[in-house]
Each structure stands twice: as C-alpha cells, then as structure tokens.
Design a binder for this molecule. Structure first.
Ligand SMILES: [Zn+2]
Ligand SMILES: [Zn+2]
Length: 159
C-alpha cells in the first residue's frame, strides 16, 4: 500500500495508514461517520476532517467509489469487489447487493450504440426489503387472528 501510494505521488503517514486500514476492514458501504467512529476508537487524535480527506484520497487513487442512495448519505465501497448493484430499503435503510455482471454487458451495449464511453455503472433500486415485508405481513396476520370477527377469513396476500 505504501508503495502503491508512492507511485500515485502520496506519502503514507501513520494517521493515513490507520484510516486506510480501518476502511478496508469495514469493507462495504462505509459512511464517513462509521469510519470516523472506528478510527477514533483506535486513535482519538485523528480528526474528522483527516478521516474525510483520506477517504476522498482512497477514491481518488481508485480503491473505492461513492455510493449515494435514497437517504443522501454517501457511502463508500471498495472497488476490488465485483461489480454489483444495490437494493436500498426505504424502510430500514439497509443496503443489499446484487450481481451486476449480467446486466452490465447489456448496459455496455446500450452505451456503445449511443456512442457513449462508459467508465462505470451505478444501478440502485429503491424499495422495501424482504425482512421488512415479512415483519409487515406478520403484523397484519397478528391483527387478523386476534380479531374474532375476521379470524376465519384468509388474509389476502400483501404485495
Ligand atoms: Zn455495495
Ligand atoms: Zn428493510
């Protein structure tokens, strides 16, 4: 890593090393706040702006990319991971990943047809995740079964 940064014209400092290491340990969908929390636990002397600046640097040298979804909080993903899209749950704010390999090829074709030089893809889908939907369904069933009037009717499946 030290050598890699050198080739990009940056020096590795102890604080920088800590921020970098913490980021790669966290791995996926890291927000600046999360990273700051983790770094702070190890070294209280590292300030928020140092964390932020180094996170930007990680992106600049091509090791991570920004992921911005519904809530407007910017998160960061390592780029060494395979291309993936994100499902963003509007209810619990979780991010789930799906494989992008298959559609990436098709998106490429569309871009090529339009003579557009593609550098990267972003596919973000917003909705409600499975576990949130399950919770909703259970809640709905419980209300039905505790109510004697409609306990015999089969609850219609919620979509
Ligand atoms: Zn991701
Ligand atoms: Zn959810």
């Amino acid at each position: 890593m030290r050598e890699f940064l050198k080739t990009k014209g940056y020096k590795m400092t102890p604080q920088r090393e800590l921020v970098f290491r913490s980021f790669f340990e966290l791995g996926e969908h890291v927000s600046v706040d999360e990273l700051f929390d983790r770094v702070k636990r190890i070294d209280k002397a590292v300030g928020y702006s140092t964390v932020w600046r180094n996170l930007k640097l990680i992106c600049e040298v091509g090791l991570a990319r920004e992921v911005t979804v519904g809530d407007g909080v910017t998160r960061y993903d390592r780029v060494t991971r395979k291309p993936h899209g994100h499902f963003y749950c509007l209810n619990c704010k979780s991010l789930q990943e799906f494989d992008l390999n298959e559609i990436a090829g098709r998106l490429s074709k569309v871009a090529t047809a339009e003579k557009f030089a593609t550098e990267s893809f972003k596919v973000e889908i917003e909705g409600v995740c499975q576990s949130c939907r399950d919770k909703e369904n259970k809640k709905a069933k419980r209300t039905l079964s505790t109510s004697p009037k409609i306990s015999r009717t089969k609850p219609s499946r919620q979509k």
